[in-house]
Design a protein around this ligand. Structure first.
Ligand code: NCD
Length: 320
């Protein structure tokens, strides 16, 4: 009996590749563990010896500000040794293949590899071939699991629940890995999600994603609990998806006036980086309902929890 309970408190996968393969209980395990780690970042000495002696490589083939620094800080606060690898200034720019680079890094005996790459499936490709645990920090337009987890942590912190919340996600649905991971997570935890965006930025069979779809932002915002804005993914658009930024803002930009249609205590989220005046008005981004910077703060605790669980830690005995 005890052994069964104990195994329920441990991570049973080698890697974290996406939200789609996870069970609701596994998502809850990470979110619960993250609560214990959130407190460490409020201490004057923000370091615990949990991953002392472990080596983590951060392998970033795409630009990143938040995700990369958040992983690095999470690793350091757990006392791991870290190595940052980016595509510029390394043999990657001399034509070495991804797998060759990764095999060479594996030969240096890291315990975990955090990877971001423009191609969907990269994290799984490496996870299937390498011994260390692989964490997906964003693979093309496929998944960005740690972002969805930190978003869920932030929603829980503000709303105490996810089940039955009315969540509106607005923007470039087609090219966003953030929305895919969020949809998997929010559906598994029972939220009611509406997706809003121009038809050119909606996947063809969008209904299959398990969300309501609306083309009218004003109507979709009526009475909602959470608004999640997305950046227009210029780097992933094959053709221009919209005539002009002004036109986009007029139809899909989040303004103060639009926010008034939502619940009074609605929270406003954005994964960053923001295009102010394109998808969100500055006074909304910086206003009292915005939790955008809290998402960033929470990202560290959530990533600490993931690193801890992947390293074999038990969710029931976190002593920080
Ligand atoms: C997102 C990403 O890179 O997928 N940013 C992030 O990780 N915070 C979203 C984006 O780029 O728009």
């Amino acid at each position: 009996m005890e052994a069964t309970q104990e195994s329920q408190n441990r991570w049973k996968h080698k890697d974290l590749l996406g939200i789609e393969p996870l069970e609701a209980a596994e998502i809850r395990m990470i979110l619960e563990a993250a609560k214990s780690f959130a407190e460490i970042s409020r201490r004057p000495i923000k370091k615990v010896p949990i991953l002392r002696g472990r080596t983590i490589i951060n392998l970033f083939y795409e630009p990143s500000t938040r995700t990369r620094s958040s992983f690095e800080i999470a690793e350091k606060r757990l006392s791991a040794d870290t190595l940052n690898f980016s595509s510029s200034g390394s043999a990657m720019s001399k034509g070495e293949t991804l797998l060759d680079t990764a095999r060479n890094l594996e030969a240096m005996s890291p315990d975990m590899i955090v990877v971001r790459h423009r191609s969907p499936g990269t994290a799984k490709f490496l996870a299937d071939r390498l011994r260390p645990a692989v964490i997906n920090a964003g693979d093309g337009a496929h998944e960005h699991p740690t972002q969805a987890l930190l978003d869920a942590f932030t929603i829980l912190q503000k709303k105490d629940r996810i089940e039955n919340l009315r969540i509106v996600i607005v923007g470039d649905i087609l090219n966003s890995r953030v929305v895919r991971s969020n949809l998997f997570l929010l559906n598994k935890l029972g939220a009611k999600v509406t997706l809003v965006g121009p038809p050119t930025m909606m996947p063809k069979e969008v209904e299959r994603l398990g969300a309501r779809v609306s083309w009218n932002l004003d109507e979709a915002l009526e009475g909602c609990d959470v608004i999640m804005m997305l950046r227009i993914q210029k780097e992933r658009q094959s053709a221009a998806g919209f005539p002009s930024h002004r036109e986009y803002f007029r139809l899909f930009g989040l303004t103060q006036e639009r926010v008034r249609r939502a619940q009074e205590d609605v929270i406003i989220m954005h994964p960053g980086p923001m295009n102010r005046g394109v998808e969100i008005a500055t006074e909304v981004a910086d206003g009292p309902l915005s939790v955008i910077l809290e998402q960033v703060t929470n990202g560290i605790a959530v990533r600490m929890a993931i690193l801890y669980l992947l390293a074999g830690g038990s969710a029931s005995e976190i002593t920080t």
